[in-house]
Design a protein around this ligand. Sequence first.
Ligand code: NAP
Length: 247
Amino acid sequence: MKNLWDWLLIMLSKNILENKVAVVTGASRGIGLAIAQALCCSGAKVASVSRSECKAENGYICDVSNFDQVKYVCNQIISDFGKIDILVNNAGITKDNLLLSMKEEEFDSVVDINLKGAFNFTKHLARQLIKSGNGRIINMTSVIGVNGNVGQSNYAASKAGLIGFTKSMARELASRNVTCNAIAPGFIKSRMTDTMPETIKEHFLANIPLKRIGTVDEVAMLAVFLASDFASYITGEVIKVDGGMFI
Ligand code: NAP
């Protein structure tokens, strides 16, 4: 257990994640890239996973929805880094459509990547996180998973499922000192939101009390906090970063 002086020393140090090894999925751009960079700046060594080419120094390629590919990549990361302390399940996609027009593939692929992808990585890295003695799992859900949205039944179902998964992991792994929390961003500037129709963007903006779109760095800062010792007594939480959109 740390005392006040230990905490103050950590606070004064820039390297609050020194000696930690983190895995971040969906780290080729957007929120995942910002999280990988922020963890790195805080002293962690980071393995960045994405489906296509990852320009990061420690980049790994796999489809998070493919159980066997994930197993292979996790074993590779464990052998390269020797241990894992932090897992950020961030990879995600949208395939928006109204239910009456939604194809089976649009539902399946969104659930497979957003929800099963998190299961795949957690399953293959859980033993390492337990071994760490201070493991951290951070799952990227969405305010849509809490509130639902027209045209996003597949996405909302995947993100709501991720919240149930987060709370179950928090309960299952608490006795091994592994915490598991979810971040629920609102409307954040990235390629995912750049492709949204202008009318939808305007609708979102009109409902944000802080009157602006969020930045990927504002999400990344919460991830660094949750990954650090400062968050050692927080588990099973879903924390919004949404400018007050769903107060
Ligand atoms: P983004 O810019 O589209 O980035 C998505 C990332 O996920 C990319 O690195 C992509 O890699 C990766 N990815 C997608 N499918 C994958 C797969 N099958 N296997 C491995 N990697 C895969 O999106 P973002 O806005 O940064 O979103 C990141 C996360 O935040 C997502 O889970 C999203 O649902 C969540 N979120 C975003 C917002 C927002 O407003 N932006 C709001 C709430 C929640 P490739 O480039 O290689 O495909």
